[in-house]
Design a protein around this ligand. Sequence first.
Ligand code: G6P
Length: 612
Amino acid sequence: MCGIVGYIGGQNCVPVLINGLESLEYRGYDSAGVAVISNGAIEIRKTKGKVENLRNLLLEQPVSGTVGIGHTRWATHGAPSDVNAHPHFSNDDKIAVVHNGIIENYQELKEKLQAKGYVFHSDTDTETVAHLIDDFYKQNNDLLEAVRLTLNVIEGSYALGVLCTDYPDQIIAARKESPLIVGIGEGSNFIASDIPAILNYTKNAYILGDKEFALIKADEIKLYDIDGNEIHRDVYTYNWDVEAAQKNGYDHFMLKEIYEQPKVVMDNLSRRFSADGKHVELDGIKLGRAELENINQIYIVACGTAYYAGLVGKYLLERMVRIPVNSEVASEFRYKDPLIDEHTLVIVVSQSGETADTLSALKLAKAKGSRVLGIVNAVGSSIAREADDVLYTLAGFEIAVASTKAFSAQVIAMYLLTLHIAQELGTLPEKDFLEIKEAMLRLPSQINDILTKAVPAIRSFVDKYISSKNVFYIGRGLDYVVSMEGSLKLKEIAYLHSEPYAAGELKHGPIALIESATLVVGVATQESLFDKTRSNMQEVKARGAKVLAIAMQGNRSIEEVADDVIYIPRTHWMLTSVLANIPQQLFAYYMALGLGEDIDKPRNLAKSVTVE
Ligand code: G6P
């Protein structure tokens, strides 16, 4: 969480910083601020709320300069407020700092600094860093060394941007466990939490590693390790164009990303099959028969939407490969002393590749000798770099906080991985593989079909039930997993109380909550479970619920137990999840739209959660 951007070059940095911060708002929007070197002093403008507020503040109190850093915050230490907004100053306004992450030992450091006479103005952990750098700088008069010494003292995670009035021609940046890249321009250079912030200016960057720091001037970049040794890094070129970070005529990034799914799924399927069409080929995965035969269990670990994509994998792998698969949310897995060893394959799933809990789970798994396979969207992210094998999900930028296209790409990755493992271990006959492959290749046009046809029905359902306060999602098997993701989406963006239940479990308690006009989304796309789920829908309908069903084309008997039905095109049983989820995304989107919520930036959430 939190977004950082910095610019040093020949032009006024303020528009660069503001535009950059706007494209980083998916990381947090509790406050925003900039620090700019102007006529030998550092000027800070910062305010509670979104970058738009900062833009307005800068109209009232303009500032300009060619060197600056900016920050958009997701609050951890200290409430969202003007005073807790970054950047933070040292006491004599000489050093300004922006920070993403958590300084875990800040309290102890703060007390030591207070004993030395430092006065704290905010409740943040970050202010400690500004004073610490200042303290070391006063001792040795060398800013770069003062930053390095500070990095040796602080514990926790950080991406940092530092300005100092004595060095008006440089920015210092550092990172540990929070993302930071150093963008390479012509006569100008940048720092950023993520490439969209600087994509208007450059596609080339150095990706800083853990405990590395950088000295950035307009025409020079030097990288160092924590011991102060200069290091060399290859330039990474991002193959994304500026349009990817724009709405392109859509009202919201979420809607744009929903409509990108046919292409995303196609991208994830093309070049994934061998030339003879008889095998899955996954670049970056070195799990052949020998390695797989050494594995006696699989853990799939992730957070949020990625966890539900992982659950799809659990259902498929257990059924098609017959290996026990545990699926755990990363924040539980990391503290439960999991029963894993060198015979365990741990699959971590993450869009951002930076989620703190998932990254810690990965490190724990490696420490216990397990092989770790990452299913990751963000190229070069921490999880991608630390995993033994990486399957990239090729979803492109996902900017809306609520994940849509990244989920679909993760589910496709699960399909491909399941087929790969099943083929290597000989549990999938070629005839079945070919049938599934053909069905997979039809998915992009089938998603397109849903996007074209389902919207009017969903909008009319939303219009009828917009005042609902509770929404239940029910399904069985893979449909239950899809229900969980649908329910999460509705909570995230429409702020409606919503719960997913295994349809068969409803009668053991939750059915007591069903009353007249309670809304129930029933997912019944698994043909082998269709009659069972249909009966459960009948049970809620008999108690007054209004039912929106999602079913496969041809299963018309669903209409007897549902008020409205969205049909998905027919497909193989293992592939229904990606299709069944599309109407749920649209339902959550149009509910949130009808309720007037801020769809792309839902309250209290952030897209990239780099704190525990
Ligand atoms: C946050 C986001 C979710 C996301 C989860 C995991 O909670 O708001 O949309 O699913 O983090 O993120 P990851 O980047 O690891 O997939």
